[in-house]
Design a protein around this ligand. Structure first.
Ligand code: GLU
Length: 314
């Protein structure tokens, strides 16, 4: 007797994200927009966008996918990638690569760990990366912006100066973190200059279409599919995805890996970007956050995405 393999129909990602969008949109009501930075407190909490870019480069979207938002800590992914591509493993002289288990702007661990941040995706780690970029690039803000524009294929991506200024005026914890690390000699440049990079990177704006596209290089093992350029070598790309899985959602990284099963990075602007190597990347934006500072609707949407599609990294 012969068994015929039934061919499995390809997943209709457009239909899938539209379904998930409608199922999860109401969840924004359960969260709270970040209000510790005045410019973020003014964002409409009802916005919700989802975008998927497949390995073949096809874009699918639902909701407010064209509305630019403040990517905040998602920018830590790009600054780290830029510094890592220049420095390779010597970057680990200044940073660790362990989950922190503490909130994104915590000072506590830095004291016992002699000013070495637990990972590049908490604020302390990103501030060290900003310090590295000052040494690596002649004009770090210019280099960072063109790097992100190339990855996203969108030359409209830009800094929002009002948000950057709002961050500076209220960034007391970030000043504290930078000065504290400087006392351990883990910040080399003047604190004001380092934080100018940090506050600006947080104030980068883009929509979910561009954000999903901007991590396609990790779907393609380190190569930007838009221009064929190597962004990271395969070993570096592997390490970055491992860091995203273990540290990308602050002290909710374990729960996100458990529920969703994708390497990801979140920001308090309400954005989350995630990916499945060789398959696709997905970005979501919904500004209402849970108490860990992550978007409630985006997490639920991504959990449904991997559950319904049967695709994750596990
Ligand atoms: N600009 C924010 C801060 O430094 C970034 C926080 C985030 O998205 O985690 O407080």
């Amino acid at each position: 007797m012969t068994h015929q393999l039934e061919s499995i129909p390809p997943i209709d990602y457009q239909q899938l994200i539209e379904t998930i969008y409608h199922e999860t949109k109401h969840l924004a009501q359960l969260g709270k927009v970040a209000d510790y930075i005045p410019a973020l407190a003014r964002v409409n909490p009802d916005l919700f966008g989802l975008s998927v870019v497949t390995q073949e480069g096809k874009l699918h979207y639902a909701g407010d996918h064209e509305v630019p938002f403040s990517i905040q800590s998602v920018s830590k992914l790009f600054t780290f990638t830029l510094a890592f591509s220049h420095l390779g493993s010597s970057i680990w002289n200044r940073l660790d690569r362990e989950p922190s288990g503490t909130s994104f702007n915590s000072l506590i661990q830095l004291e016992y760990e002699h000013g070495i941040p637990r990972n590049p995706f908490i604020n302390a780690g990103a501030i060290v990366v900003a310090d590295l970029l000052l040494d690596l690039c002649k004009d770090p803000l210019e280099s960072l912006l063109s790097f992100i524009q190339e990855l996203s294929g969108n030359n409209q991506v830009n800094y929002n100066e009002d948000v950057a200024e709002s961050e500076r005026l209220t960034g007391h914890r970030n000043f504290a973190l930078a000065h504290f690390m400087k006392s351990f000699r883990n910040i080399h440049n003047p604190v004001e200059k380092v934080l100018d990079i940090y506050f600006h990177q947080c104030a980068i704006e883009m929509n979910t279409d561009s954000l999903a596209q901007s991590v396609s290089f990790l779907v393609h093992n380190g190569i930007n599919p838009l221009n064929g350029k190597t962004v990271l070598n395969p070993s570096q790309a592997k390490r970055l995805k491992a860091l995203m899985l273990t540290t990308g959602l602050y002290n909710e990284s374990g729960d996100f890996a458990f529920r969703v099963g994708m390497p990801a990075k979140s920001g308090v602007g309400g954005g989350i970007v995630a990916l499945i190597p060789d398959v696709l990347s997905i970005a979501g934006f919904s500004p209402a956050l849970n108490e860990k500072g992550n978007s409630i609707a985006c997490i639920e949407a991504m959990e449904r995405f991997t559950t319904y599609s049967g695709k994750s990294i596990f």
